[in-house]
Design a protein around this ligand. Structure first.
Ligand code: AQP
Length: 401
């Protein structure tokens, strides 16, 4: 199936406006063979046009939704791949754009969790969203589990979701450490797989569609899930009428920040080795130490070659996301320098860039006034009202009201 990419301006411009330049933020539009004027207008414009749409209802204003699992303290990959982009979208969104960001705690349950630990991680993740710059006056920030309509819609969507599609998805296989070609017929898969892990993409589709989101900013690893959400929205609309917009993925320029210890795998909260990731709460010293011991190679010169030199290339990519220059430019600048000096520069750059976030995070976690809980409560109420509006439409369309 053909795909189409549209680059949209990022620096200093509203990322939801059509742009002619080479912006870094990438629109990914699965399953759309031909770019059409209508598609661009409908997806990018923030005007109040209500022109009829071939799929989904007319869009009045953009609705941006995204989430993060509280499966550990958010790391540099979460930041560059998602959180930093959320803040940019928030800060440049036109009036009327709805912004919702969720701690998707129900998703964390797809693998067994310790209750005390999960309680801590939920708060830490919430504090991190505030610390990176999400503003509760502009964005609705909430715990997914405080809005029961997410799970109510999940049930409804599961009546249109395809088992065949779900069984081909990679997340359940990678979480169970099964090969990519594993199928539901394999005895190991049958023994280990739980319904929640298998049907997790349906809950993710519900998270997005319950707020009738038009844009979903995520890292590259979520691309497949976004395609599933689009497919599910269209399946529902086909049966019951145009209720859900078809959500567009906004893929961050930092598509996939890699592990510092296994640079062929993405940086991840749940990897066993804490040195594989930089936490947004790490001190400058911790960050520098982790970068110093990052796995690289013993080639004498610095070059950017992700296939043959994934470790060095990952460090160069990280630096490029902070300095706003290309990887080739960094590689040429450091060509004859030592790996040690590159690592020192990368470590310092990350530490300096994250220092403010860490400071704000510690302040929020230390706060005794109940600030975090009150933001979460208010966010939950606003998100519930947004979800209720959609559920009324869904129930009416299906004969439940
Ligand atoms: N390494 C990464 N590079 C770029 N983007 C990333 N994201 C996650 N890892 C990277 C993006 O961060 C957002 C929130 O992700 P999540 O925590 O909900 O789920 P995840 O992708 O499964 O993240 P982790 O860290 O790997 O968690 P665990 O270990 O629990 O599975 C998403 O937009 C994601 O794309």
């Amino acid at each position: 199936m053909a795909t189409m990419r549209i680059s949209i301006a990022r620096h200093g411009a509203n990322p939801l406006r059509p742009a002619s330049g080479n912006g870094n933020f990438t629109y990914f539009r699965p399953g759309v063979a031909q770019p059409s004027k209508w598609h661009q207008h409908r997806s990018l414009s923030t005007s109040t046009s209500t022109s009829p749409s071939p799929a989904g209802p007319p869009i009045k204003s953009p609705v941006i939704f995204s989430g993060i699992q509280p499966t550990g303290v958010p790391h540099l990959g979460n930041y560059l791949g998602a959180l930093r982009e959320w803040v940019k979208l928030q800060d440049s969104a036109e009036e009327g754009t709805k912004l919702l960001f969720s701690i998707v705690d129900l998703h964390a349950l797809t693998v067994p969790q310790d209750a005390k630990q999960l309680r801590t991680w939920r708060r830490e993740a919430f504090a991190t969203l505030l610390a990176v710059g999400l503003d509760p006056k502009r964005s609705t920030i909430f715990y997914q589990s405080s809005v029961p309509a997410h799970t109510e819609l999940m049930w409804i969507l599961s009546t249109v979701a395809s088992m065949g599609y779900l069984s081909r998805m990679t997340q359940w296989k990678s979480k169970l450490q099964l090969p990519e070609d594993a199928s539901l017929e394999d005895s190991e898969a049958r023994a280990q797989l739980r319904l929640g892990l298998f049907s997790y993409p349906v809950l993710q589709a519900a998270d997005i569609l319950i707020h009738r989101a038009t844009h979903v900013p995520v890292g590259e690893d979520q691309r497949q899930h976004l395609e599933f959400s689009r497919y599910t929205a269209n399946s529902f609309n086909h049966l019951y009428g145009d209720i859900f917009p078809t959500p567009e993925a906004l893929i961050s320029p930092a598509k996939r920040v890699m592990s510092l210890k296994e640079p062929n795998n993405k940086m991840s909260k749940s990897h066993a080795d804490p040195k594989s990731r930089i936490l947004l709460t790490d001190s400058a010293n911790e960050i520098k130490k982790k970068v110093k011991v990052a796995l690289t190679d013993s080639e004498p010169k610095i070059s950017y070659d992700p296939t043959n030199r994934p470790g060095v290339s990952n460090l160069i990519e990280i630096l490029s996301h902070f300095e706003g220059v290309t990887c080739q430019e960094i590689a040429s600048e450091y060509e004859t320098a030592s790996l040690r000096s590159l690592k020192e520069h990368v470590g310092s750059r990350i530490a300096d860039s994250l220092a403010g976030i860490r400071e704000r995070y510690l302040g929020i976690m230390d706060d005794k006034s109940g600030y975090l809980d009150s933001v979460a409560r208010e966010g939950g109420e606003v998100a519930q009202a947004s979800a209720d509006l959609t559920m009324r439409k869904v129930k009416k369309a299906m004969g439940l009201a």
